[in-house]
Design a binder for this molecule. Structure first.
Ligand code: DAH
Length: 339
């Protein structure tokens, strides 16, 4: 019996050596130590032993059992450690790998500059007004002192939808819509899309953006126009740049002027940005024509005002040194990602 016990002990140990996972280990435990296991079978035979033999064999049996238990536990720990090691290896995190970057959206340069300009005017007490892009001929032309046969209509190649409905060629009709609704004091800008049937090239697009401005109150003069122009440039470019007024003609203003600003790039010396001129055009402007005020029911004997209109694309192109207008509309992320 003693030999049988010792053989079981050795057997268990040598079988343990080849165990590779916890399932096999459990099977081994049942085989040797379970209720129907080999050791139990031998223990059951102890009843037939003599009173002297029984404690001796009992002791050996207990020793074999506890040895096997110990060996199993040791093996279980080894297996657990190995499994953990393997998991660590498989789930290894290389913190030096570049992360997966998430593409963040951002404002289109046209929107970004538009917002900047809106903020500047809001800071000077202006409201932001808007009007329809599909507009009546009356608002786009007639009320702005451009009757049907006016030659200046030819300079704005118009998309007509019907005889009296068109895609607005300028943001100036918003002036009329605002003055019809609201009596002075009026201080608004009106940014938005405008349309002209131009062929697409590096400097033309059938769709572009303008920002209109209108101030009407008692005692408004050209001096206010100059002051607002200077303040706007200072806020946009952060510098005191000189302005100059060139006489011009617009049907809805009298007198009219093109406002130029000293080139922000060279400070007036002349460079490629201003084509050697030292000045660049800021906007078309003038004192609101008395006929236009009258068309909106505002008495030109009591009130006066100035208006201006600028092109957003040109401003953005100058700001970022963009030489082809089409880039602003193609939505190529390689281009847009630079802003
Ligand atoms: N609407 C004109 C254009 O598209 C720009 C303009 C000039 C607007 C003078 C004005 C203004 O309000 O006073 O060419």
């Amino acid at each position: 019996m003693k030999q049988a016990l010792e053989r079981i002990g050795q057997c268990a140990k040598s079988e343990l050596d080849s165990i590779r996972d916890s399932k096999d280990l459990e099977a081994l435990r049942i085989k040797f130590l379970g209720k129907k296991g080999e050791l139990t079978a031998i223990m059951k035979g102890m009843a037939s032993l003599s009173a002297e033999e029984r404690p001796v064999i009992g002791q050996i049996a207990n020793k074999v059992r506890s040895d096997i238990e110990e060996a199993i536990e040791k093996k279980a720990n080894e297996l657990k450690a190995a499994a953990f090691e393997l998991k660590l290896k498989e789930e290894k995190l290389d913190v030096t790998l570049p992360g997966k970057s998430r593409e963040l959206g951002r404002l289109h340069p046209l929107d970004a500059v538009m917002h900047e300009i809106e903020d500047i005017f809001i800071g000077m007490g202006f409201d932001v007004a808007s009007g329809p892009e599909v507009e009546y001929d009356y608002y786009n032309f007639e009320a702005l002192n451009l009757p049907p046969d006016h030659p200046a209509r030819d300079t704005q190649d118009t998309f007509y939808i019907s005889d009296n409905v068109l895609l607005r060629t300028q943001t100036s009709p918003v002036q009329i819509r605002v003055m019809e609704q609201k009596k002075p004091p009026i201080r608004i800008i009106a940014p938005g899309r405008v349309y002209r049937s131009d062929a697409v090239d590096a400097t033309h697009s059938p769709l572009f953006h303008q920002i209109e401005g209108l101030v009407v109150d008692k005692g408004i003069t050209m001096g206010d126009l100059v002051g607002i122009s200077e303040m706007f440039i200072k806020r946009l470019y952060g510098e005191n740049l000189k302005i100059r007024l060139r006489p011009h003609h617009f049907p809805f203003t009298e007198p009219s002027a093109e406002v130029d600003m000293e080139c922000f790039n060279c400070g007036g010396k002349g460079c490629s940005m201003c084509k050697g001129e030292g000045y660049i055009e800021l906007w078309g402007s003038g004192m609101v024509h008395p006929k236009v005020l009258k068309n909106c029911g505002i008495d030109p004997e009591v009130y006066s005002g100035f208006a201006f209109g600028m092109g957003l694309e040109r401003l953005v192109m100058r700001k970022y040194g963009i030489t082809d207008l089409r880039l602003l509309y193609e939505n190529d992320l390689r281009f847009l990602g630079q802003f």
